[in-house]
Structures are given as C-alpha cells and as structure tokens.
Design a protein around this ligand. Structure first.
Ligand code: FAD
Ligand code: NAD
Length: 443
C-alpha cells in the first residue's frame, strides 16, 4: 500500500472543511489544511459573523422605532466607528483562536494557495504534499461587474470594514447582500439608492415578501430602480457616478456592488484532472465526489441547488467525514432554513410558496399575521405563511416575515424535518407568553 503524507488534505479552512476535519483527526486520520487567506473562511472573517455583529444595534433601532408613541421617545445615537471597533475586537481574533484549536487537534496547516498536481498530490508554496483523499472547500468570492470603472465598486469585504459612514451610497444589485446592508445603512441616515438589473429584489424569497421589504425600505427613504443594467462607474473628486444602459445616472460618495458570488475554481489544476467546474461550482455526485474518485468538494464551491450557506457547508463537511471513514450512504439534505437578515428578517424553509401554488392538488397554504400581539414587541407587520401537504396536513414549508423570523424558522425546522402535524403540536406544552408560542398557535 502507498504511503501518503496525509489521509485527507482540505484546500480551504472554512465551514466546508473544518467540521469534518475535526471529526476525522479525532478518529486518528492525518489531516492538513491548505489556506490562502485567514483561517476560518468567509463566514468567520468576511461574512455572517461580522455582519451580525454590525447589525445588532440596528435591530435595537428597529425595536425603538416600533415603540415610538408607545412608550419610547427619540432614538439612541449610532456611533459607527465605535461599532466597527467592537466588530474588529471580536472578529480579528478568530483566526488565531482557530489556529490554536487546529494545532491542538493535530491538524497541520500550510499557508498558501493550494493546487492539485495529480489525484494524490497537492502543491503549496512549491512544496508537494501527498494524500490519500482531497476535499476542495475553496468557497465563493464576490463577482466583478464587467463594466468600465468596476474598480470603484466596493465588495462585501470592504463594506464589513467600512471605517466611516459615507453620506450617500449606491447599491448595485438587490440580492441578499445588498438588501441586508442597505437595511442597515438607511437606518444609519445614509442616503441609499439601489439599482437592480432584474424586475424585483431578492429572487430567493417569494415575490410578495420581497415586495414587502422593498416597500418598507422605500418608506424609510431608499430609492429603488429596477430593470436597470449598470453600464459604467466614474469617479470625480472623490464622488462617484453610476450610469445605466437606459441612460440614468446616480451620484453618491460610495458605490457598493453585490451582483452574485462565483466559485473559486481557477488555478486549482481541476481541468488537467478532468474535474468539471465553472462559476457555479464544482460538479459532484450524490457522495460529493468529483470525476476523480478520491477528490471531493464541500461547501459553497459545490454546484448545488440548495442555498449556499454556512449550515449547508457544515452539513456537507460532516457528511464527508462519514464517507471518508468508510460510510457509503448518499447525501440527503434535510429541509434548509434560509434567512435574509434585512430589518425585519425574511426566512424561508422547505416547500416554497411558488412550488405550493403551482401544485394545488398536493399543497395548501395559510397566511397568518402574528405581529398584532402583546408578545411581538410591536413588530406589527410580522406574518407567517405555512405550506401543508393536503393529504394529511403535515407542515412542509414556511415563510416568516418579522424581526424574530431567524429564530422562529429554526423552531419550524424541527416541525418540518420531523414531519409534525397540528395534532402533534397539540400534544406539547410551550412556554407562554412568547412570540414562539404565538406563532406555533397559528399552525
Ligand atoms: C457578506 C456575507 C454574508 C453572509 N451571511 C451569511 C449568513 O447570514 N448565514 C449563512 O448561513 N451564510 C452566510 N454567508 C455565506 C457563508 O459565508 C458561506 O456559505 C460559508 O462561508 C461557506 O463556507 P465554505 O467553507 O464553503 O467557504 P469559505 O468560507 O468561503 O472558505 C473557503 C476558503 O478557501 C480558501 N481558498 C480558496 N481557494 C484556495 C486555494 N487555492 N488554496 C488555499 N485556500 C483557498 C479561502 O481563502 C477561504 O478561506 C454570507 C456570505 C457573505 C459574503
Ligand atoms: N443571509 C444569508 O444567508 C446570506 C447573506 C449574504 C450572503 N449570502 C451568500 O451570498 C449569496 C448572495 O450574494 P449576492 O447578494 O451577491 O447575490 P444574489 O444573487 O442574491 O443577488 C445579486 C443581484 O444582483 C443583480 N445583478 C446582477 N448583475 C447586475 C447588474 N449588472 N446591475 C444591477 N444588478 C445586477 C441580480 O439580478 C441579483 O438580484 C447567497 O446566495 C449566499 O450564498 C448569504
């Protein structure tokens, strides 16, 4: 039998890699990470964690707004620089903590860009490492808009490090990232304009709920322009002009772009090994295996139809730990909750409304406002839509619009995943008063 340096080399050290790696090293497998940037990947350093830290005070401002003329007068002041400093104080220390965790676990770390030389050799900084198996967990990056002046467009990484607030911002794209950041910026008093190529925002939530958040942000002062393709960005004296193909121009002190994320598949040596990959990711089978049987992919870099999220990356990483320990079960995803962290949040789960409405023989839906209650902190427009399987009234999907949606959808994940019905919930006792009790009562 061939002697390899490692049992598994992971290229990338984000959630698509580290959950499974920590399991395998505990089982005695010899593991290495190859990481070109900060340990922990996007979520830890440039994504979810940083975003939620910055979003915290804006949630408070949202609650304060809801209580105006109902017990609170006036708004607290936002200090963005202080907020950014507190974000740095927490986030900047994560890679060092992970470094210690990985070292203590016995995982070797190679800092640099990894590349496959053959099915069992990874090259990093001219060093050749041999390995029995390889997991590609290289993630996504923000795409670059192919227009003149694209260098003036800031990315999500830049935004999450924004040292001072500009007085005006143009957001190119009305997808998840833009809508989350625009929600914060309008509350911070920044003049916000959103320019979107398509005819609606947030294509991954039902249109009726995307319209709700657009209307809410418009009420707060955001200007939306749909069906507009950005054709150029120009700078003059530190001010920026964004032009569209139809001839519109917008001016602002800061231009932000979030027009989709593309897979990090270049210069990995994939083509040479016959591994199929493109901007949507690496093509895998139902065991996350590429065309080369001992090379797998995990996390955002996998071409897949489910949302590209931290929990789905972690799920795949854990699944691969089983496969790499000899389990041969194919990958089956449970229901995936997905929350857009706008203010309020929009969460979706399971069978979508579009799917339910297209198949009325199989599904029925019920929409229930739950915000006009004593337990929702005056989140008056909060609403849940449930999707039921008609035959037995099992809850199979949901959409929640409200400040508590991210937590509530996790409760419904149990309901949907375990195939529960109203009659099952009637056999349980939930704490009261609480928004969870209120929402579960609508089922
Ligand atoms: C602004 C933003 C907000 C987000 N918010 C949420 C959220 O609220 N909830 C949620 O679930 N998800 C969110 N996400 C998505 C989440 O960050 C990703 O789903 C998650 O990070 C995927 O993990 P991963 O390990 O697959 O990839 P990544 O975390 O991207 O890790 C890939 C790693 O591979 C490294 N790498 C790439 N190429 C090479 C190479 N050749 N050699 C060595 N190393 C390499 C990279 O440096 C990186 O560290 C957000 C993303 C962004 C950008
Ligand atoms: N809450 C979360 O879980 C969360 C948060 C942030 C990011 N993410 C991750 O990031 C991804 C979202 O990234 P995103 O917001 O960049 O992509 P997206 O696909 O959600 O939105 C991109 C938007 O840009 C628009 N667009 C494209 N070209 C354009 C142009 N030339 N002019 C104007 N608009 C244009 C598209 O029509 C689309 O609406 C998610 O799929 C997920 O993987 C998740």
């Amino acid at each position: 039998m061939t002697d390899f340096d490692y049992d598994v080399i992971y290229i990338g050290s984000g959630h698509g890699a580290n959950h499974g790696a920590l399991k395998l090293v505990q089982q005695g497998q010899k593991i290495a990470f190859v990481e070109a940037d900060k340990l922990g990947g996007t979520c830890t350093n440039y994504g979810c964690d940083a975003k939620l830290l910055l979003d915290g005070p804006f949630q408070v401002l949202e609650d304060v707004t809801n209580y105006q003329e109902a017990g609170l007068v006036g708004q607290p002041n936002l200090d963005w620089e202080q907020l950014m400093a507190s974000k740095h104080a927490m986030i900047d220390g994560f890679p060092a903590v992970l470094d210690q965790i990985f070292a203590k676990a016995g995982i070797n770390l190679y800092r640099g860009r990894g590349r496959l030389l053959d099915a069992h050799t990874v090259e990093v900084n001219n060093e050749k490492l041999t390995t029995k198996n390889i997991v590609l967990a290289t993630g996504l990056r923000d795409s670059t808009l192919p227009v003149p002046g694209h260098e003036f467009i800031h990315t999500s990484k830049d935004f999450l490090d924004l040292p001072t607030l500009p007085e005006s911002m143009i957001f190119i794209g009305a997808g998840v990232i833009s809508m989350e950041f625009a929600s914060m910026m309008v509350k911070a008093g920044v003049q916000v304009t959103v320019v979107e190529f398509g005819d609606r925002a947030l294509t991954n939530v039902p249109a009726s709920y995307a319209s709700k958040i657009v209307a809410k942000l418009e009420d707060e002062g955001v200007h939306f322009h749909f069906n507009e393709a950005v054709s150029q960005v120009a700078e003059q004296d530190g001010h920026f002009t964004v032009s569209t193909q139809s001839g519109l121009t917008f001016e602002a002190a800061y231009v932000f772009g979030a027009t989709g994320r593309v897979a990090n598949v270049e210069n990995l040596g994939l083509e040479e090994l016959g591994i199929e990959a493109g901007p949507k990711g690496i093509v895998v089978d139902d065991h996350l295996r590429t065309a080369v049987p001992n090379i797998y992919a995990s996390g955002d870099v996998v071409e897949k139809s489910i949302p590209k999220l931290t929990p789905t990356a972690a799920f795949e990483s854990n699944y691969l730990a089983k496969v790499l320990s000899g389990d041969d079960q194919p990958l089956v995803y449970p229901a995936v909750p997905f929350t857009v962290y706008t203010l309020p949040r929009i969460s979706t789960l399971g069978v979508s409304l579009d799917q339910a409405e297209a198949d009325p023989e199989t599904y029925n839906t019920k929409t229930a406002p739950y915000g006009q209650s004593f337990d929702t902190k005056r989140d008056l427009k909060a609403e849940v839509t449930l999707v039921y399987r008609k035959a037995d009234q099992t809850v199979v999907g949901a959409v929640i619009y409200g400040n508590d949606a991210a937590s509530l959808i996790n409760i419904l994940t149990f309901v949907v995943d375990k195939g529960l019905k109203t009659t099952d919930l009637e056999q349980m006792i939930f704490g009261f008063p609480d928004v969870t009790y209120n929402m579960l009562n609508k089922i």
